[in-house]
Design a protein around this ligand. Structure first.
Ligand code: T4K
Length: 361
């Protein structure tokens, strides 16, 4: 048995010395926030590493989604996926829009684009797909459908740092992409996120929304709020950014290792990765039944391994906060999918133990 618990993930962290070295300046100047030099440096370096033109860094991925809806001035129904983290839907609701679900493709686990047009009504204003576990959505088809019906596209790209589509960063697609730099994400600032838009107009507007609606003269010209990131979080982001490529390569190698060792098992299957290059930020396994998932999870827990049921349950079943809309594919997949531990400092010995337990189960 594993002596210390192994969780589904652990933050990818630079050394404490690297982090604190970045803190010298804010300690000297007393500048802790208000889009200070470190967050501007983070935005610039992250854009270069991720291959995007510009970003507006914000407090977290949920706020990034809300700001995207706000910047596009959306009022009405937004079509999204029921197979996601609750934040996708809560952001829509907090911006006084109505989430409408489109069921998922059982292979890619992303929104089923073949079902998308049937969800569009005169009240629909936007589509908000999720690149689930970093697996790129069918970006071109979604754009085609959106343009045909005059809809905006916001990607929930919380998992998509490091994924690409047609050789470009996946974050550069959609009217706006909203990503997360939460502790559990491939690149983290503890808490953090960003809105990415290639449009200068939207980029400027997002900057104003982040800062109480101020323009550069500090007049209030927008209905904004506080989405600013502290210099402390920026320091952590900058230190962690140094290891971005290493973390990305490590995830890919560990993902391939898991797949090689588990793919013979007829009772398991895996997310179909297509339409672009995934960042392999999670290792989801789809079991043939919930019973076999629960048995495996129990055996892993007994040995001190703690995988997570991402995403369970399917969001459309949260009857306390939503009117139920049946989503048979999402509900089925959500009941039998388990993400196994996958992170930078996870040892190959531990992965071997996890593989052995899964095979035994
Ligand atoms: N859209 C999508 C599709 C998302 O998946 C998310 C967030 C969002 C939007 C919103 O982005 P943010 O507003 O969060 O930036 C986690 C994360 O809290 C959440 O960010 C993430 N998705 C979701 C998929 O997973 P939990 O409740 O499973 O995380 P938690 O706290 O149990 O962490 C998992 C494991 O990670 C722990 O067992 C131990 C380890 N851990 C976690 C934290 C927070 C650490 O070692 N250190 C830490 O500080 O939700």
């Amino acid at each position: 048995m594993q002596d210390k618990p192994i969780f589904v993930t652990q933050p990818s962290l630079a050394s404490l010395e690297e982090f604190t070295a970045f803190l010298q300046e804010p300690w000297r100047t007393g500048v802790l926030t208000h889009n200070g030099p470190l967050i501007r440096q983070f935005e610039q370096e992250a854009c270069t590493k991720l291959g995007i033109r510009q970003m507006v860094a914000v407090t977290n991925g949920t706020v990034a989604l809300q700001m995207a809806i706000r910047a596009l001035e959306l009022k009405g129904k937004i079509i999204t996926t029921p197979f996601s983290w609750i934040a996708t839907v809560s952001a829509i609701k907090w911006e006084n829009c109505t989430p409408v679900f489109c069921d998922i493709d059982p292979e890619t686990l992303n929104m089923d684009v073949d079902k998308l047009e049937a969800c569009i009504t005169p009240d629909t204003v936007a589509i908000m797909p999720v690149h689930v576990f970093g697996n790129p959505c069918q970006v071109d088809r979604i754009r085609e459908i959106a343009d045909k019906h005059g809809l905006k596209v916001i990607y929930d790209a919380a998992h998509a740092v490091g994924s690409t589509y047609k050789g470009k960063s996946l974050l550069s697609y959609g009217d706006i992409s909203a990503t997360s730099f939460h502790a559990t994400k491939l690149l983290n600032m503890g808490e953090g996120g960003a809105c990415i838009s290639e449009s200068e107009t939207l980029h400027d507007k997002l900057q104003r929304i982040r800062f109480f609606g101020h323009n550069s003269a500090k007049d209030v010209v927008e209905d904004g709020f506080n989405g600013k990131v502290t210099e402390i979080h920026a320091a952590l982001g900058l230190a962690n950014l140094r290891y971005y490529e290493e973390v990305l390569a490590d995830r890919k190698q560990k993902y391939a290792y898991y797949r090689d060792h588990l793919s013979e098992n007829p009772s398991l299957r895996f997310q179909l990765l297509k339409d672009g290059e995934c960042n392999y930020s999670y290792f989801p396994v789809i079991f043939n039944s919930e019973e076999s998932l629960l048995k495996t999870e129990q055996l892993l827990n007994k040995s001190n391994f703690f995988p997570r049921r991402y995403f369970y349950p399917s969001i459309n079943t949260y009857r306390e906060i939503l009117d139920y809309q049946p989503m048979p594919v999402s509900e089925d997949i959500a009941s039998r999918i388990l993400c196994l531990p996958l992170y930078w400092k996870l040892g190959m010995e531990e992965i071997d133990q996890i593989i052995a337990i899964v095979k035994r189960a």
